[in-house]
Design a protein around this ligand. Structure first.
Ligand SMILES: Nc1nc2c(c(=O)[nH]1)N[C@H]1C(S)=C(S)[C@@H](COP(=O)(O)O)O[C@H]1N2
Ligand SMILES: [Mo]
Length: 529
């Protein structure tokens, strides 16, 4: 009877012991997905702005140093926000994977890591401007859900691994299936609920209906685009930029939803009487049209972060005078509903000869959401970041030595008049033209005094005056064109403007920071025979 010492045949077969850590990492990622999905679901239900991903993303937008921000814009252009969100997502996935592995090795350590992530997300949400009273709820419930999923999934994983190591293949198979089903179903549910909630949150905002229903009073005065203001030359920008083509620059990861029926404009600080206005109070003062070219400080020489629109609105000076700014104030800090701020010289806002306005319409329709619905500022002659606050809800009358705006500690000047500029729209580098008669054309702006002339120089030759289109006014850009007889080969075209006070466009090249680019654009054109 010695057979009982013989090992069962199954134990002599080498069993493959699965590695635990990839599965633990997966458990961590699924737990984080559950956290985000539950948070997004409750955000959609009770607190629309309380999205962890967007709050953390916005927080990063605010803290990244300027060179990094410029690099992001250079690398990703208008997709910089998507790139940021993808980056935040990848970072979170890696952290979650680490939490999963730690949870497997040391019980509850991964859960604590998830908790820390949840607390940070909650802090990011609560410190954002416009966080409602229930804003803490989505991230807190999300964090609880995430921790439960993590602890449970890792528990399942341990059962599976223990059975596998003990060589109990049947139990290991069952536990393996349980782990995979649990993580798989949770992951699928998280994607469906999370993505669904985010899309629903972003698209069903009742504000869209409010904008559609909005009927603005007809403006008392209108801007007419004079005959000869707009040449239709292929490649040349139209004198009025359609809303859909208008550049967009802001720090908002999602466009703020502001309901005009609850919108209020508050004016306080160094004023005799703080005041508050409703949307009806504002438009009830009477609307007028203003043609103004808006320019971004980030516009490079030759760039297209500039556009011209007919804005409908109310002069800011009329509203400021109701509050009565005090004599020693010199700045107005305007604030948007999402906390963004701009510092504008008080003098630019109360000037009787310069129409700084609260705009409610753009090219004849209520402001598009991404351009500041329901109310934004437009100030002729100042770069957008120091004047054109979108979704504006508050003005604080103050002093430059007491307060600073969003971009001031981030490497941009507190005050920034727009630098006169001119650019070539056609012909473009990389689009060869055929020899013979060629029209060179482009845009020029010199707010607030207006463009007097634009000159071009071909192949470093003498400066020759171009033809200007009929200006709408001095606050709007103009088109220019030059008839050129092109000979085959490559040629340089340089352009420069002069304003109505006789100032020549700055020739010295300057980068966009701290107060706007300068230099004469010089482009290369290829002429084929
Ligand atoms: N609330 C808010 N307003 C803002 C900004 C912003 O980031 N947030 N950016 C400013 C900048 S830098 C510019 S150039 C203009 C651009 O306006 P647009 O997007 O309508 O073209 O908006 C300004 N107003
Ligand atoms: Mo800007």
């Amino acid at each position: 009877m010695t057979t009982d010492t013989a090992a069962p045949i199954t134990q002599t077969k080498p069993t493959r012991r699965p590695h635990a850590w990839p599965w633990a990492a997966l458990a961590g990622i699924v737990a984080a997905a559950a956290l985000l999905a539950v948070a997004e679901m409750f955000a959609a239900l009770v607190a629309r702005s309380a999205s962890p991903v967007l709050a953390v993303g916005s927080f990063i937008v605010d803290i990244v140093p300027r060179p990094l921000k410029e690099l992001a814009i250079t690398l990703f252009g208008e997709s910089d926000k998507i790139a940021l969100l993808v980056g935040v997502g990848l970072g979170a996935a890696v952290a979650a994977a680490v939490a999963g592995v730690l949870e497997y090795r040391f019980r509850f350590v991964g859960a604590v890591l998830l908790l820390i992530g949840g607390v940070l997300a909650t802090a990011a949400i609560l410190t954002r401007a416009g966080a409602g009273a229930l804003a803490w709820l989505p991230p807190v419930l999300g964090t609880v859900a995430g921790i439960v999923v993590l602890v449970f999934a890792v528990e399942r994983l341990k059962h599976w691994m223990d059975a596998a190591r003990a060589g109990d293949l049947e139990t290991a198979g069952v536990d393996r299936r349980r782990f995979l089903v649990f993580t798989g179903v949770t992951a699928l549910g998280a994607v469906v609920v999370g993505v669904g909630s985010r899309i629903w949150n972003a698209t069903t905002a009742s504000v869209a209906a409010a904008r559609d229903a909005l009927r603005l009073p007809a403006p008392r005065t209108t801007v007419t685009v004079p005959d000869g203001a707009n040449w239709e030359i292929p490649g040349l920008s139209p004198i009025i930029t359609p809303n859909s083509d208008f550049y967009r620059v802001d720090t908002a990861l999602t466009v703020p939803n502001v309901d005009p029926t609850t919108w209020r404009l508050q004016i306080d600080g160094m004023v005799d009487t703080p005041i508050e206005l409703s949307f009806d109070d504002l438009v009830g003062r009477g609307l007028d049209e203003y043609g103004v070219t808006l320019t971004c400080v980030s516009n490079e020489v030759g760039g297209n972060l500039v556009g011209n629109a007919i804005w409908t609105g109310v002069p800011i000076r009329d509203i400021l005078r109701m509050a009565g700014p005090q004599a020693d104030a010199d700045m107005v800090l305007s604030e948007s509903v999402d906390g963004y701020t701009a510092s504008t010289p008080l003098s630019a806002l109360v000037d009787d000869n310069l129409d700084a306005i609260f705009a409610v319409a753009m090219n004849g329709e209520p402001l598009p959401f991404e351009h500041g619905f329901p109310v934004r500022m437009v100030v002729p002659g100042l770069y957008g970041y120091v004047s054109a606050t979108k979704w504006v809800t508050k003005l604080t009358v103050t002093r430059f030595d007491k307060d600073e705006a969003y971009w001031t500690p981030r490497g941009y000047s507190a005050e920034a008049p727009i630098k006169m500029s001119s650019r070539v729209d056609t012909p473009k580098i990389g689009s060869p033209v055929t020899a013979g008669a060629v029209t060179i054309a482009g845009m020029a702006w010199a707010q607030p005094v207006g463009v007097q002339k634009v000159e071009v120089s071909i192949d470093n030759g003498e400066w020759q005056e171009t033809q200007l289109s009929t200006p709408i006014n001095d606050q709007s850009w103009v088109q220019w064109k030059f008839d050129w007889t092109a000979e085959a080969g490559t040629h340089y075209i340089a352009v420069r403007a002069t304003d109505k006070q006789g100032n020549l466009q700055i020739q010295d090249q300057a980068p966009i920071a701290p107060d706007g680019s300068s230099g004469w654009q010089r482009t290369l054109v290829t002429v084929t025979s």
